[in-house]
Design a protein around this ligand. Sequence first.
Ligand SMILES: [Zn+2]
Length: 80
Amino acid sequence: MLGLDLLYKEAIDNQANVINKCVVGKWASSMDDANLSAFTESLNDDDFSTRSLFSLYKNAGATFGLTSLREHRRGVCTCR
Ligand SMILES: [Zn+2]
């Protein structure tokens, strides 16, 4: 047996990090601090349209759609 109790606890912690988050929130939760602060700052930057942020994030490896980003930015997604 490979320490199922520990693996289970770890899985619960990981689950808690992504539960109630939309795909955009999940993507953000995988970032390191530097990327996360750039992400948060850009998201709140009114000089950027959601579409141009979408292109930016795509270049950074995002796989979600424009609609998901728009909802996340407006705060009408499932993120808490
Ligand atoms: Zn979200």
